[in-house]
Design a protein around this ligand. Structure first.
Ligand code: IMP
Length: 185
């Protein structure tokens, strides 16, 4: 097995990456180094700043990932502020904002940034459309998983195993692209 470092503090993200990259012969190694999450307009900019910070401390190849939940009727909020919003008003706060909204569609976006010494950083973007529930449902996953039902389904991400979620999710898709880059068919 080859090894690839994933810079993240999030055990849920790490588990999803490990599940997705194992079949192509990669062991994902979690490193919780921490990096500044700048206030920027796009996930890619946030990821780019993170990569530049980590490159000063890590000599090997690594990847990191930035993601967010973009709610249509809230003009894309919380989007790039998803982490802050989750840690402050939480799921209850988001559901409260949605109380009067009839359009409950939302999209999860994920940007994986892959860095190798001496090479340009590569970005892989995945999206997963869906709808928000009225109440949290399910015990698995992390973050907004209990309030998000991917399009075409009737269960939240929190109702799914890591494998099921990764087959459908934004991160599953960005990791698919990374997997194809690491192990072209
Ligand atoms: P960050 O990418 O670590 O900045 O995370 C952004 C925020 O979105 C965090 O609060 C996460 O909990 C949340 N988030 C990111 N990906 C997911 C996901 O797959 N499911 C649920 N919440 C997520």
């Amino acid at each position: 097995m080859k090894q690839l470092v994933f810079i993240t503090s999030n055990k849920g993200k790490f588990a999803e990456a490990a599940v997705r990259l194992a079949p192509i012969g990669y062991t994902v190694v979690q490193q919780d180094l921490g990096y500044p999450e700048v206030q920027a307009d796009s996930l890619q900019e946030v990821a780019q700043f993170g990569v530049e910070s980590v490159q000063k401390r890590v000599q090997s190849a690594f990847f990191l990932e930035d993601s967010g939940l973009f709610v249509s009727s809230l003009a894309g909020f919380p989007g790039v502020y998803s982490k802050y919003v989750f840690l402050t008003i939480g799921l209850r706060g988001v559901l409260q904002l949605m109380k009067v909204k009839t359009d409950r569609t939302a999209v999860f976006r994920s940007v994986v940034a892959y860095s190798q010494p001496g090479e340009e950083t590569e970005f892989f973007v995945g999206e997963c459309p869906g709808t928000l529930t009225y109440e949290p449902q399910g015990m698995g996953g992390f973050g907004y998983d209990p309030i998000f039902i991917p399009k075409g389904g009737d269960r939240t991400f929190a109702d799914m195993t890591t494998q099921e979620k990764t087959r459908l999710s934004h991160r599953g898709k960005s990791l698919d692209m990374l997997a194809r880059r690491l192990a072209p068919a």
